[in-house]
Every structure is written in structure tokens, then in C-alpha cells.
Design a protein around this ligand. Structure first.
Ligand code: PEP
Ligand code: MG
Length: 325
């Protein structure tokens, strides 16, 4: 099987009926590029930049960040790289940033909420990204967006930093897509409004599932509620994808669900444009996608959403289809 998958390293990701899908990988540091390239991923769909902050004893400087972003963009040789601005908080702490002790850290001061409250820290990261943008195909993504006002505030800072750099004679790419993670149900529900203003969505199912099911992703006792195939989750995902397409935009997914071999056929059926996963899952996913007919998967996803009432029914539906491949 491994050898079979390996033959697909340089192949395009196309379904049996010829639909191209972007198959990307998640990284935490520039060193992870090795695995991305070895497994033939077509893009980096999520660069979790918080590791740059967590691996440092103080805030990384603009130049340190610039070096890391440039290395990743150059390493991908013009293939897309989605860089997520820092997502500290929740379960991720920084020794040099005093965060309030909270009853519910996952519902608290985290990610874009910290960035908007600490503009100097955020603007340093944005400048580093903008300066690095000329070394490849950069896409910038804001995490944990709940409201359009948060997106607008973050985007306004980005635009200001870009204008400042250009005024100083610094080169900045003029084709940087700017998107958001969809990981908070409020943003998923209003995706049709967000889609008018962002360039893309990437669905963060790790958080979207915990917030939709009200089940802490770290708590074993409620892990039975962590249900990627729950028709409620599939319905939200469908709404997000349809909303982006209605505005001519694209939707990816960078949560664990994107590499889940039971979820993949459903997500192909829902029209997901980009799948980003751990590099080690890329080749087996490409192999599976090559055997799926996107029109048949549309029917499968439709059944899962409209006829299934439980996760078990959805799994049985997918298993039955896979047995016939
Ligand atoms: C997610 O929430 O699905 C995601 C990709 O972000 P993280 O796991 O880093 O919170
Ligand atoms: Mg998340």
C-alpha cells in the first residue's frame, strides 16, 4: 500500500471524474517542509505561527519572523502557503506573556482577540509577513474570527502596514489573499456575509466541532460528543462551502477532519476546494480521492445530511460506498 501511495507523490490530485482538488499540508515550523515536500503536498494549507512564539524566550522580532516566513515561501517554490497569524491562548501559553487565569480558556482571551488588543505585537507579525510576501505565494489567515468587525479591524491593520511599507519603498506582493478560519459557529452561520469580504475560508474543525457540540476538545469524558460526522457539523460545513462559492471564493479545511478517511468522501461531495492535513496523510488521501466520483459523492453527502440522524448512520453510509470502490 505504502509503495502504491508513493507512486502518487508527483501526481495531481484529481477525482475519478477529473475534478481537481488542492491537497495541502499543515506545518508548525519551517523544518516541517521536509515532510510536506517528501509527501508531494501541493500547498501549505496551515502554517501555525504560534510555535515561533512558543519556541522563543521573548516575542520573536520582526526580522526573526521574516526569516521563518521567507524560508517557508521559498521552500514551497511558488506553491501556495497559508500562514495563520498567531493563535495563542486556549491550551497554548507563552511564558513571557501574562494571560489572565480564566474559567474557560477556550472561550476566553485567545488568538485574534489578543492580537486586536495588542496591536504592536500583531503589527510586527503583519509587517514580517508582508515583507516576506515577495518570496512566494502568500495567503494570510486570521484565526478565531467571531464577527465581521474583528475581520475588518485585522484587515485594516494589514492594509495600513502594507501602505506604510510601500511608502518606505519596501516591496510587497500585490496578490496576497486574505482569509479567515471558520472555527466559531457564529462565523459559520454568517458565512454568506463573510464571503463578500474575505478571499477564502479555511474550516478549523478541531475548534468548530468543540464549539458546536459544546464539548471541550481536551476532555476525555465528553469525547464521545466530538463528532465530525454529526449531520449538524456537515450541515454547517455545507453552508460555509456554498456561501463561499456563491461569491466566487474558495473554502479549505485545516482541522483533523480534512485527513479523516471517512470524512474525505463526504467533504468531496460537499465541494470542499482544499484539504490540508498532516503531511503523512497526503498520499493516502490522494489515492482515495482518485477513486471517488465527485457527482456520486454529492449524492452521498446529500444523503448524510438529509437522511441520517446519527453519526453511526453516516459512518455506515460511507462504509457501504467504500466497499464498492
Ligand atoms: C482547528 O481548530 O481546526 C485548527 C486547525 O486550529 P488549531 O487546531 O490550531 O486550533
Ligand atoms: Mg483552531
Amino acid at each position: 500500500m505504502q509503495a502504491e501511495w508513493h507512486k502518487l507523490k508527483n501526481a495531481d490530485t484529481v477525482t475519478a471524474d477529473g475534478k481537481h482538488i488542492e491537497l495541502a499540508a499543515n506545518i508548525g515550523t519551517p523544518k516541517d517542509l521536509e515532510g510536506v515536500i517528501a509527501n508531494g503536498a501541493e500547498a501549505v494549507g496551515l502554517y501555525r505561527t504560534e510555535f515561533l512564539y512558543m519556541d522563543s524566550s521573548d516575542f520573536p522580532t520582526e526580522d526573526e519572523q521574516f526569516d521563518a516566513y521567507k524560508a517557508v515561501l521559498e521552500g514551497m517554490e511558488g506553491k501556495p502557503v497559508v500562514v495563520r497569524t498567531m493563535d495563542i491562548g486556549g491550551d497554548k501559553e507563552l511564558p513571557y506573556l501574562e494571560l489572565p487565569k480564566e474559567m474557560n480558556p477556550f472561550l476566553g482571551y485567545r488568538a485574534i482577540r489578543i492580537c486586536l488588543a495588542e496591536p504592536e505585537m500583531f503589527r510586527t507579525q503583519l509587517r514580517a509577513l508582508l515583507r516576506a510576501s515577495v518570496y512566494g505565494k502568500l495567503r494570510i489567515m486570521f484565526p478565531m474570527i467571531s464577527t465581521l468587525n474583528e475581520f475588518r479591524a485585522a484587515k485594516a491593520m494589514l492594509d495600513e502596514e502594507k501602505a506604510n511599507l510601500l511608502a518606505d519603498g519596501v516591496e510587497v506582493a500585490d496578490d496576497i489573499q486574505v482569509g479567515i478560519m471558520i472555527e466559531i459557529p457564529a462565523a459559520a452561520v454568517l458565512a454568506h456575509q463573510f464571503a463578500k469580504e474575505v478571499d477564502f475560508f479555511s474550516i478549523g474543525t478541531n475548534d468548530l466541532i468543540q464549539y458546536t457540540m459544546a464539548a471541550d476538545r481536551m476532555n476525555q469524558q465528553v469525547s464521545y460528543l466530538y463528532q465530525p460526522y454529526n449531520p449538524a457539523i456537515l450541515t454547517l460545513i455545507k453552508h460555509v462551502i456554498d456561501a463561499s462559492h456563491a461569491e466566487g471564493k474558495w473554502t479549505g479545511m485545516c482541522g483533523e477532519m480534512a485527513g479523516d478517511q471517512t470524512a474525505v468522501p463526504l467533504l468531496v461531495g460537499l465541494g470542499l476546494d482544499e484539504f490540508s492535513m498532516s503531511a503523512s496523510s497526503v498520499l493516502k488521501t490522494r489515492s482515495l480521492m482518485k477513486r471517488l466520483d465527485s457527482k456520486e459523492m454529492e449524492k452521498l453527502a446529500d444523503k448524510a445530511i438529509n437522511e441520517c440522524t446519527t453519526v453511526e448512520e453516516v459512518i455506515a453510509l460511507v462504509e457501504e460506498m467504500k466497499a464498492k470502490l
